[in-house]
Design a protein around this ligand. Structure first.
Ligand SMILES: Cc1cc2nc3c(=O)[nH]c(=O)nc-3n(C[C@H](O)[C@H](O)[C@H](O)COP(=O)(O)OP(=O)(O)OC[C@H]3O[C@@H](n4cnc5c(N)ncnc54)[C@H](O)[C@@H]3O)c2cc1C
Length: 500
């Protein structure tokens, strides 16, 4: 059976690309190996709880941002979102809470109170990123495909921000740390813990321009979604079908199929079936898996192979918890980003120094009566979960040891929890691998250091002219909003709106 476009993978990237293309009248078929779409943005159901597999904070749901732009084309309504106010509180190792408020004066006051030793330098840093980040955000609205846009379009977009263009250009090759002079170690760790969450790198490595946007996302406002991000996946699936597209679940793809000229003509499924594409194939797999599995080693150029070898992503270790409603009342917010160790005179190590505690909101508790569903996410080096396991017992032992370590750290950082919280389930990089088949269960994209940011970022284009990529390992990066933008870029390249 032939379609114009095949989309391999039904994560948010693949679903959004397929929904946009089918809304534009393209004959699309999406192939997803699982019985449901969503990929990393899914839910896990246990004992009456529905847990999000992520931190459950979503950016860019304001009326003029990426999600509104996408849903304005679709055949369905967007899921219900409500502001998470504040987006989160950063809890420091000395127990001090810094509320990451949207209001400038309130936030700067919080900074001054928390970091009296470098209050002016800290506020100055944030004032600068507010200007730079806002300019970049406006540019992204006008030119979502900035990385591959023509020089003329990119220049026009930059010139429209003439007031900050010099600062943006000057910061192009800077790390965030280069803009933190005059701030204390404590303040830098406050920045590190946030950059690690949003960009998988601390301030010493994270690109300054990426940091300017990432650190402003919670200040611009983040949202909770009714039912979690799985409801976004469900809405996109419904939209594809409503506009005449095909969604096939339980359809694992084995590899691309080629014609004699080496052009992709479709895919072969694990079942042996061939599905043809007359126009393009879109891969929602990570860059490693797009080349390693779909394209195949023999057709992967050496330059790409070398590049992929150097790219690194983190794994996630999750604890799914049941929280007493009464205990939640003692916490400062639904989301607490905890820094558990100052790590003085050391390189920042997120594996032992931070976790994100994310509770479902009061208006969507996703839990039995009197309880809330909570997901705690931590970073872990994925490869250690895939080596030295002779049988399943070793994986279980490793999981148990990790759980014990984190249980102690969580209680130490959040003494209010007391006995008002219980462990329901855990998830390791192996769980993510089983569910998404992402290489080594690495999630959340690639670390946004200078060698993978800006002009160095991986784009939606591949070594094959009719194979494109969407998802969190390509421009503009990680998170549901960025992945949505990557899908818009590909949809615009294959079938620009209004041009069919
Ligand atoms: C712990 C954690 C917390 C997070 N918290 C947040 C948050 O709070 N806010 C936010 O915005 N983002 C968050 N993220 C990031 C966000 O969830 C991801 O970046 C995003 O969902 C990735 O989507 P994707 O489309 O790139 O790919 P994926 O979600 O990986 O989707 C790929 C899909 O392809 C399918 N697939 C793979 N191989 C095949 C095959 N051979 N054939 C067919 N199908 C295949 C998989 O099953 C999967 O459905 C978090 C991520 C993690 C892991």
């Amino acid at each position: 059976m032939a379609h114009e476009v095949l989309v391999v993978g039904g994560g948010i990237g693949g679903l959004t690309a397929a929904a946009l293309l089918s809304a534009r009248g393209v004959n699309v078929c999406l192939l997803e190996k699982e019985p449901r779409g969503g990929g990393c943005a899914t839910t896990s159901e246990r004992f009456g709880y529905t847990f999000e597999t992520g931190a459950s904070l979503y950016a860019s749901w304001q009326t003029n941002e990426i999600h509104a732009r996408v849903f304005s084309e679709l055949a369905v309504a967007p899921p219900e979102v409500r502001p998470a106010t504040p987006a989160y509180v950063v809890r420091l190792p000395d127990g001090r809470d810094v509320i990451v408020a949207c209001d400038d004066e309130e936030f700067y006051e919080n900074l001054r109170a928390a970091f009296p030793e470098c209050a002016d330098a800290g506020v100055k840093f944030y004032r600068e990123i507010a200007a730079v980040g806002s300019a970049l955000r406006r540019i992204a609205r006008r030119v979502p495909d900035l990385r591959t846009a023509s020089l003329a379009r990119a220049l026009r977009a930059a010139l429209s921000e003439a007031r900050v263009a010099r600062r943006v250009l000057a910061g192009l090759n800077h790390t965030a740390a280069q803009h933190l002079s005059g701030t204390s170690h404590r303040f830098r760790r406050f920045i590190d813990v946030q950059l690690q969450i949003f960009g998988q790198r601390d301030s010493s490595a994270c690109a300054y321009l990426y940091a300017a946007v990432a650190l402003m996302l919670p200040r611009w406002g983040m949202y909770a979604m009714r039912g979690g991000a799985a409801s976004l996946a469900d809405a996109l699936t419904e939209s594809i079908r409503k506009s005449g597209g095909t969604v096939r679940f339980n359809a694992p793809v084995l590899r691309l199929a080629y014609d004699a000229q080496g052009l992709a003509i479709g895919v072969d499924l694990l079942s042996g079936e061939r599905v043809e594409a007359t126009r393009a194939v879109v891969s929602n797999l990570t860059v490693w898996d797009t080349y390693g599995k779909l394209v195949g080693a023999s057709r992967t150029p050496d330059s790409v192979r070398r590049r992929l070898k150097d790219l690194h992503g983190w794994g996630a270790y999750l604890l799914y918890l049941g929280l007493d409603e009464e205990t939640r009342e003692h916490l400062p917010a639904d989301h607490i980003l905890a820094l558990t160790d100052w790590q003085e005179n050391e390189v920042y190590d997120p594996e032992s120094a931070q976790f994100m505690f994310g509770s479902a909101p009061s208006w969507d508790t996703r839990a039995p009566e009197g309880k809330r569903a909570v997901t705690v996410s931590t970073f872990t080096e994925s490869s250690q979960w895939f080596s030295f396991h002779e049988d399943e017992t070793e994986h279980e032992e490793q999981d148990q040891a990790m759980l014990e370590t984190w249980w102690e750290r969580i209680h130490k950082a959040m003494p209010e929890l007391g006995a008002g919280v219980e462990v329901i389930e855990t998830a390791t990089p192996r769980t993510f691998y089983d569910y998404t088949r992402r290489r080594l269960g690495m999630v959340g994209g690639v670390g946004q250091s200078l060698d993978v940011f800006g002009l160095n970022s991986l784009t939606h284009r591949t070594a094959l002219t009719n194979l494109f990529m969407v998802g969190d390992t390509v421009f503009p990066g990680q998170g549901v909003a960025a992945v949505t933008q990557s899908a818009l870029i590909v949809a615009n390249e294959i079938a620009p709106p209004g041009k069919r």
